[in-house]
Design a protein around this ligand. Structure first.
Ligand code: SF4
Length: 403
């Protein structure tokens, strides 16, 4: 008779390593991404062997959660998958992928050991799909139930919603988690088809995001919701990505849209496509925040003939160069919306400026600095202070032809 010893769950987590490297989960996604996601092909580069705790560290990210920055274990129920998404290292049939599967109690146990050792303060739980999205979702929910119910775990939980998850599963995930997410991957149905032919844009994905919004509004369950797009693999444009992002912020109450610059993975149908410049994702985030926090609409953003944002300048400055250099904003009389158009002035600074104006006029850049503005020089070319361009700006432009 053969006796088999079940592998230690922490050992399995270590073996899993940075499986979710493609999936940012917090407020600083560029800091979460390791230099090279799993299976990513970098010509000339050799994979660095990572062992033991070092490998485990790769799956722990400091994530900005609604409860503050926390070390979060990002992991998966299984790296096996029956789907064949064209960009994914876990797609069915990819022989290079090591398949590791947890039972819910096993994963809960492994996570709790790390939490009790003070290594992590939360979990981001995703999964490959075996036996359909509903079954995969059940395993994720079972794990969260064990953590919350059996062990009374009150820390941060972020759960992925699987394609095709049922309404009651979405609802239960929202009750158990602080945050849920479902990745749309493509900005439109056609883009998703090129990335992941087996996924259905509306029936499996977008509809679930709208369910989350409905459940929040009708049942008062407060879990936040985020999504992610794969950027630049199949000809998608920034205009498309930002159009749908704006709709998601306005109509589905999303907290955050993530943009993951495409990295080719060996032994996938997209392995020959070029790696996307991370700066493109950076510009998308800047534009996305203008849509979410500054009251901008997509029409306000400037796109090139290829319908992409400029890489060389941030979108707010690009707008200001075009509209405010010749018509600067008077800081002492402008309304909130006008002030938010000025580079370097964000929502918090606007509130402070409006409050300070009640006590007297703002005449110097130094007063803006005293109000907490990190770099008033950025705003200088686009504002008037009591009818005058700030002195520094005048010297900046002395002798320089104006655009
Ligand atoms: S369903 Fe998820 S894990 Fe499976 S191939 Fe697609 S992206 Fe990868």
């Amino acid at each position: 008779m053969e006796f088999r010893i079940a592998p230690d769950p922490v050992e399995k987590l270590i073996q899993l390593g940075d499986a979710t490297a493609f999936e940012p989960a917090g407020d600083a996604p560029h800091q979460e991404l390791p230099a090279r996601p799993p299976g990513c092909f970098v010509p000339g580069a050799r994979p660095a062997p990572s062992k033991g705790l070092e490998a485990l560290r790769q799956s722990i990210s400091t994530v900005s959660t609604p409860r503050g920055p926390k070390p979060i274990l990002k992991t998966m129920m299984t790296t096996a998958c029956e789907r064949d998404c064209h960009y994914c290292p876990f797609r069915a049939g990819r022989s290079r992928t090591r398949r590791i599967t947890f039972r819910p109690d096993e994963l809960a146990q492994g996570f709790l050991r790390l939490a009790r050792a003070g290594l992590v303060e939360g979990i981001f739980l995703s999964s490959g799909i075996i036996g359909g999205g509903v079954r995969a979702q059940d395993k994720i929910l079972d794990t969260a139930e064990i953590l919350r119910g059996r062990h009374g775990y009150r820390g941060y939980i972020h759960l992925k919603l699987m394609p095709g998850a049922e309404y009651d599963q979405v609802r239960r995930a929202m009750e158990l988690a602080d945050r849920v997410s479902i990745n749309l991957e493509g900005a439109t149905e056609a883009r998703l088809r090129a990335l992941a032919p087996g996924k259905r844009f509306w029936e499996e994905l977008l509809q679930r995001l709208l369910w989350v919004d409905r459940i929040r509004r009708t049942e008062g369950i407060r879990a936040s919701v985020v999504t992610q797009f794969v950027v630049g693999a199949v000809g998608d444009t920034d205009l498309e990505l930002l159009h749908i992002s704006e709709r998601l912020y306005r109509q589905a109450g999303l907290s955050r849209v993530y943009y993951s610059p495409f990295s080719p993975v060996l032994q996938t149908p997209l392995e020959d496509r070029p790696r996307v410049d991370p700066k493109r994702a950076h510009r998308l985030y800047q534009a996305s925040f203008l849509l979410r926090d500054y009251g901008w609409s997509v029409e306000d953003l400037g796109f090139g003939p290829d319908q992409n944002l400029r890489l060389d300048v941030d979108p707010k400055q690009a707008w200001a160069d075009l509209h405010l250099r010749e018509a600067p904003v008077e800081v002492n009389t402008a309304d909130r919306e006008q002030l938010l158009r000025v580079p370097g002035i964000g929502p918090k600074t606007v509130e402070r400026i409006l409050a300070a104006r009640r006590g007297g006029r703002i005449t110097e850049l130094g007063q803006l600095r005293a109000l907490g503005m990190r770099d008033p020089q950025r705003a200088a070319p686009y504002i008037l202070l009591d009818g005058r361009r700030p002195a520094h700006q005048m010297s900046l432009f002395a002798g320089v032809p104006r655009p």
